[in-house]
Design a protein around this ligand. Structure first.
Ligand code: GLN
Length: 531
């Protein structure tokens, strides 16, 4: 039977609980165990797909089309595993299922209540993942902060799981903040004490406490937390600010966290294998060159909105021994001068009209000034609009996403026309893409059939494909039936590539995605030739 590691958070959000959870998962996997991860999000949305990135950061997309919390992106990257939508449990999903069962008559005669009906549903969702994946260890991260009304049923459910399964099958890890308040640098334990008190009031005693702080936790502080929170000193783990998120598992390993977890769960260690991971973190820490890449977005105040881009660039950079400085440019305020000192431009995902014109100006500038360019999804669509306006001369060309236009070069996909519901109705998840011979796309992917993840309602209008190609825009990747345009590129340009799909979702630490790798390579060439 699977063992469970439950990760909760205290004091405040944004402490990197997802990274701590992913690190723990990776460490257990590195000892030869089959590990999987679940994220619980205590909001009423059924999935993250209907939320603005400013709410919870990027919407991550899985192979099966699940639109999920960004933490699933970090589990996939750390574990190098594809997950499914079952791995993201939300309050919305749980209630929807319980209410459907009630209507069907599954509970006939009963008063349907939070305990036991909601908590049973939560437990069965967690167990279902354990069974389907046959994982030896399931890491369950409970989103939100202990004490929130929203997370109560989830905490109650995991408390019950511990009561049913016992210590050898369940471990509780609590992540908290240890702030440094005074000028003398004194670390304060009171917020941790309070948050553990809150957790205990619910009936959960943490086994391990991870303290986030600016500097490593002082020995006296670890002892104090151990005493007040009733855990052994070695179970108080220090999580100071790390130069890279990928360093965190190594820091935890050095503090003996993996051995502690294995002992707690009565698991035996089979092997120790972090060699590749170490090499990857070394490559990040010791780059031999640097390049500056602009990301022209509209949620740039919250960089979590674009986290898969940052990571995909980091992976490509590590493979090439390059450090990448991302210059965050807000599309609304875009002007050409902002691209003076950059080596490449990314125009990422987007929805709605705001920011579109600024992004089109950025694409124009990258195209005409020979700056390496990578456009993704919305960025791909706007590259088509820019080309239609300025090369084909269709001045009013646009996407119908922004309203009616005489030249709808980007239009709603036919199957989208009749949809009335917004949730989970885009073209989502992994679809095959055929690469056209004799193109840069083929050089990058080195194969004619690939699979990438999607999330869109609009596409290149088939009526304009002929004229666009005749004017020099090459569609170098298409759906197998040849109907949908998936990749575009320009010859006579150092690197002008864009994709309707999202390669960033499939980038992994030691397996950078071809479109990013090729892009960073060209950015590096440009930065070296400028010097
Ligand atoms: N808004 C565009 C569409 O729905 C692009 C979506 C995206 O960038 N993911 O097609």
């Amino acid at each position: 039977m699977a063992k469970f590691v439950f990760v909760t958070g205290g004091v405040l959000s944004g402490l990197g609980k997802g990274i701590s959870a992913s690190s723990i998962a990776l460490l257990l996997q590195s000892r030869g165990l089959a590990v999987t991860a679940i994220k619980i999000d205590p909001y009423l949305n059924c999935d993250a797909g209907t939320m603005n990135p400013y709410q919870h950061g990027e919407v991550f997309v899985l192979e099966d089309g699940g639109e999920v919390d960004m933490d699933l992106g970090s589990y996939e990257r750390f574990l190098n595993t594809d997950l499914t939508k079952d791995h993201n449990i939300t309050t919305g999903k749980i209630y929807k299922s319980v209410i459907e069962k009630e209507r069907r008559g599954d509970y006939l005669g009963a008063t349907v209540q939070i305990i036991p009906h909601i908590t049973d549903e939560i437990k069965s969702c967690i167990r279902r993942v354990a069974e389907r994946t046959r994982a030896e260890v399931v890491l369950v991260e409970v989103g939100g902060t202990v004490g929130d009304i929203e997370s109560m049923p989830f905490l109650e459910a995991i408390r019950q799981m511990h009561q049913e399964l016992g210590d050898a099958h369940c471990t509780f890890v609590h992540t908290t903040l240890v702030p440094t308040v005074s000028a003398v640098g004194e670390q304060k334990t009171k917020p941790t004490q309070h948050s553990v008190k809150e957790l205990r009031a619910i009936g959960i005693q943490p086994d391990i406490i991870i303290g986030r702080s600016d500097q490593p936790l002082k020995e006296s502080i670890r002892k104090k937390i151990a005493l007040f929170c009733d855990v052994p000193v070695e179970a108080v783990i220090s999580a100071p600010h790390a130069p890279s998120i990928y360093r965190v598992p190594l820091d935890f390993e050095e503090q003996g966290l993996t051995d502690l977890l294995l002992r707690r769960l009565s698991l035996t260690s089979q092997k120790r294998d972090l060699l590749e991971w170490r090499a990857f973190t070394e490559a990040i820490a010791h780059p031999r060159a640097k390049t500056r890449i602009a990301l022209v977005g509209k949620y740039t105040d919250l960089q979590d909105s674009y986290v898969s881009y940052t990571e995909a660039l980091t992976h490509a950079g590590a493979a090439l021994g390059v450090s990448i400085e991302i210059i965050w440019l807000e599309a609304d305020q875009f002007s050409e001068q902002l691209l003076e000192s950059v080596d490449g431009v990314i125009v990422p995902v987007g929805f709605g009209h705001r920011g579109a014109e600024g992004k089109i100006r950025a694409i124009h500038c990258a195209r005409t000034r020979q700056i390496p360019f990578l456009g993704i999804c919305y960025g791909f669509q706007l590259a088509v609009v820019e080309f239609a306006r300025n090369v084909l001369g269709l001045k009013e060309a646009n996407s119908t996403e922004f309203g009616p236009t005489p030249h709808p070069v980007i239009d709603l996909m036919p199957e989208q026309q009749t949809l009335s519901e917004k949730g989970a109705t885009m073209r989502l998840g992994a679809y095959p893409v055929m690469i056209v011979r004799g193109t840069r796309a083929l050089k990058l992917y080195k194969t004619t059939e690939i699979s990438e993840r999607h999330r869109h309602r609009y596409e290149v209008n088939p009526k304009y494909i002929g004229p666009l190609e005749a004017a020099g825009l090459k569609f170098s990747g298409k759906s197998p039936d040849g109907r949908r345009m998936e990749i575009l590129e320009l010859a006579d340009h150092p690197y002008f590539m864009a994709s309707q799909f999202h390669p960033e979702f499939k980038s992994r630490p030691t397996q950078p995605r071809p479109l990013f790798l090729g892009f960073v390579e060209k950015c590096l060439e440009r930065s070296s030739s400028a010097r």
